[in-house]
Design a protein around this ligand. Structure first.
Ligand code: AMP
Length: 112
């Protein structure tokens, strides 16, 4: 089981913000912004590069979950950023697909 599967199974504690049949959203343990949460599919897909066209419905569901949870967290008015890190150059550290949602401060561009 991956770390995020254990969080979804309540085997490891996390601050869960919202949940659906196929996904869960919880606060990042090392927040990089005043609001920073992850949206994770309950079924483990290692990273976005491993997805297939047959995963497109799930990927859409994850984006919709990110938006609804961002609204719930009060980020809709000022905006927020959604990030997916893929592989070593992308900065991925947990090999279970997740969307980062960051807000509550102005973001910089380009990212580091
Ligand atoms: P990435 O570097 O894109 O793979 O993102 C992994 C994220 O998971 C990092 O932002 C970590 O802070 C976060 N993380 C690692 N362990 C936990 C945990 N137990 N609960 C919540 N977030 C975690």
């Amino acid at each position: 089981m991956t770390l995020f599967e254990k969080i979804a199974a309540r085997e490891i504690p996390a601050q869960i913000l919202s949940e659906g049949d196929e996904w869960i959203a919880f606060r990042d343990i090392t927040p990089q912004a005043p609001i920073h949460f992850l949206v994770v599919p309950k079924r483990c897909i290692p990273r976005i590069n491993e997805t297939m066209p047959s995963d497109s419905q799930l990927l859409g569901t994850l984006l919709s979950a990110a938006v609804s949870t961002a609204r719930q967290e009060g980020l809709a008015e000022n905006g927020y950023r959604i990030v997916i890190n893929n592989g070593s150059d992308g900065g991925e550290t947990v090999p279970h697909l997740h969307l980062h949602v960051l807000g509550g401060r102005e973001m910089q561009w380009p990212p580091g």
